[in-house]
Write a protein that binds this ligand. Structure first.
Ligand SMILES: Cc1cc2nc3c(=O)[nH]c(=O)nc-3n(C[C@H](O)[C@H](O)[C@H](O)COP(=O)(O)OP(=O)(O)OC[C@H]3O[C@@H](n4cnc5c(N)ncnc54)[C@H](O)[C@@H]3O)c2cc1C
Length: 287
C-alpha cells in the first residue's frame, strides 16, 4: 500500500486520478481504518488529506455562510458556539456519530462519502441545503449534499474527485432545524430511521421547509410532499398528520434484524413529527 500526504486538493485529485487499484482518502479514518483492519478493503493508495492547509478551519464568511474544512472532527463542530447556534440540527446529527473517541476524528465528509444510508450527519446537511466543493481532474464543482450518495457504500464522485470542503447557507431570520434518529440501544448504534427537518417561520407560519429521511432507502430521501405539508401551516395537527403520512409514504426500507419494513415506515412518520416540533420551536426562538 502506498501512503500519500498531498499538500493540496489538486495534488490529492491527481494522485487518485493516476491510481490504478483501490484508492481511499483518509480523513478521520473511523470508517476506512476499521474497514482495512477487518479486511473489507485494502487500498493500494491511501491519500491522507489531513495535512492540506485549511482542512481544520471553520469559517463564517461575510455573507454569513459557513465553510467547514474536510478534516474538521465532530468534537470541533460541537464545540463551535456560532455554528451550533445557527445549525443545531446539523450538529446534533454529527454529535450522534460514535463515541467520544470517534468524535475526536470523524468528519462530516467522511460520513457522507462512506455512503451509508444510515449516516447520521447527512440528512441534516441535506435539509440545511448544504453543498460540497468537489476537486477533480476537470476542475472544481459545487454539488448539493443529496447528490453525493449513490447507494450503500457508493457515491457519485468520479475517479480522481475529492471533496475539499462543505458549505452551509446563512441561517437567516426565523430559521430552525433538528435531527432525530431511532436506534434499538441508547448509543453506539446505527440509525434504524433518521429524520431531519429544517424550516423557516414568519410569525407562527412556516414559510420554507425541507424534510430528509435516512436509513429508509438506499440513499437519503428528500421528501418534497412532507415539506409541502408544513409550508403555510402553523404546525397544527392537520399539518403534522400530513407530514407524518408523507414521510412514511416516502420510505423504501429493508427488512433486517434491527427493524422491519413496517416498523421503519411507521417510525419515519413519528420522527418527522417530533423533529418538526423541535425545529419549529427553535425557529420561533422557544428552544
Ligand atoms: C465505533 C464506531 C461508531 C460509529 N457510529 C456511527 C454512528 O452512530 N453514526 C454514523 O453515521 N456513523 C458512525 N460510524 C461511522 C464513522 O465514524 C462515520 O461515518 C464518520 O463520520 C466517518 O468520517 P471519517 O472522517 O472517519 O471518514 P474516513 O474513514 O476517513 O473516510 C470514510 C470514507 O470517505 C472517503 N473520504 C474521506 N474524506 C474524503 C474526501 N475529502 N473526499 C472524498 N472522499 C472522502 C474515504 O475514501 C472513505 O471511503 C461509527 C464508526 C465507529 C468506528
Amino acid at each position: 500500500m502506498r501512503y500519500h500526504s498531498p499538500a493540496t486538493f489538486e495534488d490529492a485529485s491527481a494522485i487518485a486520478a493516476a491510481a490504478s487499484g483501490v484508492t481511499r482518502f483518509l480523513a478521520g479514518g473511523t470508517d476506512v481504518l476499521v474497514q482495512m483492519r477487518a479486511d473489507i478493503v485494502t487500498p493500494d493508495d491511501l491519500i491522507d488529506i489531513k495535512h492540506i492547509p485549511g482542512v481544520k478551519d471553520i469559517v463564517q464568511e461575510d455573507d454569513k455562510c459557513w465553510s467547514i474544512g474536510a478534516a474538521v472532527a465532530g468534537a470541533e463542530l460541537t464545540a463551535h458556539v456560532g455554528l451550533c447556534a445557527d445549525w443545531p440540527g446539523v450538529i446534533e446529527g454529527m454529535a450522534l456519530v460514535g463515541s467520544t473517541q470517534v468524535q475526536g476524528r470523524a468528519t462530516l465528509i467522511g460520513n457522507l462519502c462512506n455512503g451509508s444510508p444510515a449516516a447520521d450527519s447527512v440528512p441534516g446537511l441535506a435539509a440545511a441545503g448544504a453543498e460540497v466543493s468537489v476537486v477533480g481532474p476537470k476542475g472544481t464543482r459545487q454539488v448539493k449534499v443529496e447528490d453525493i450518495p449513490a447507494g450503500p457504500g457508493k457515491t457519485t464522485l468520479a475517479k480522481g474527485e475529492v471533496i475539499s470542503g462543505i458549505y452551509l447557507p446563512a441561517r437567516g431570520k426565523g430559521g430552525g432545524d433538528a435531527y432525530l434518529r431511532f436506534i434499538p440501544r441508547t448509543e453506539m448504534d446505527i440509525a434504524v430511521v433518521g429524520c431531519a427537518v429544517n424550516l423557516r417561520v414568519e410569525g407562527d407560519k412556516i414559510t420554507e421547509a425541507r424534510v430528509v429521511l435516512g436509513a429508509v432507502a438506499p440513499t437519503i430521501v428528500v421528501v418534497e410532499e412532507a415539506a409541502k405539508a408544513l409550508i403555510g401551516s402553523t404546525l397544527d395537527d392537520k399539518a403534522l398528520d400530513a407530514l407524518a403520512a408523507a414521510a412514511s409514504a416516502a420510505c423504501r426500507p429493508i427488512n433486517d434484524k434491527r427493524g422491519t419494513i413496517a416498523f421503519r415506515t411507521d417510525v419515519a412518520g413519528v420522527l418527522a413529527r417530533r423533529a418538526a416540533k423541535i425545529a419549529y420551536d427553535r425557529a420561533r426562538g422557544a428552544k
